[in-house]
Design a binder for this molecule. Structure first.
Ligand SMILES: [Mg+2]
Length: 199
């Protein structure tokens, strides 16, 4: 493998409960204001519709317009450093991995940078593809940008993520290998597998 591509949230770290709750509260608030929805039930319905049609909510706003407003509404008021701790071991393990490393997040740059800083992994990867700088997952545009950046063919790439539909299915469609990070197995186990080149 030439290039390992990692999803960020719930892949390189587990989202703590309070962090998740703060983001979800903002999602509901944003949808109500943006679409004039009355209650949480209407918001849930809209979110499901968007997922079904576009694969993810960021990709829905990318296709329909309004992605910057969506990201600002959801992430501007959340401070990752309040919820996350430095993971020294992770930075070290990523740095030692004998292939190029990229992160592909559906989150925006201003937020993902804070998450990576809080985890202490900002300098442990070679490239970050942000959700506000490409077609978000499960679109193929972001994956293509990453491959182009490294001059890598799909067969030289492995995609690591926690969401089958958003992270892995599109990568596989392009011809990449994929690794699913489950709720119970840690990213360290996955990095061990990549280290042993058993992919
Ligand atoms: Mg994820």
């Amino acid at each position: 493998m030439k290039l390992a591509i990692f999803d960020l949230d719930n892949t390189l770290y587990k989202i703590p409960k309070g962090f998740d709750e703060a983001v979800i509260a903002n999602i509901y608030k944003f949808y109500k204001g943006y679409f004039g929805l009355k209650d949480n039930g209407e918001v849930s319905k809209k979110i499901k519709e968007f997922r079904a049609e576009y694969g993810s909510n960021p990709r829905a706003f990318y296709c329909k317009g309004g992605l910057d407003a969506y990201f600002a509404g959801i992430f501007s008021s959340v401070e990752p450093a309040e919820y996350l701790k430095k993971d020294e071991g992770l930075a070290e393990r990523l740095s030692k991995l004998k292939m190029k490393k990229a992160i592909f997040t559906n989150g925006p740059d201003f937020f993902a940078d804070k998450v990576m800083k809080a985890l202490g992994i900002s300098n442990a990867v070679d490239y970050v593809q942000y959700g506000n700088k490409c077609e978000p997952k499960p679109g193929l545009g972001g994956f293509r940008k990453i491959m182009e950046k490294f001059g890598a063919a799909p067969v030289q790439c492995v995609m690591v993520g926690d969401e089958e539909d958003a992270d892995l299915a599109p990568a596989r469609r392009l011809g990449m290998r994929t690794v699913l990070v489950g709720q119970s197995d840690s990213i360290y186990e996955v990095l061990g597998v990549l280290d042993g080149k058993k992919v």
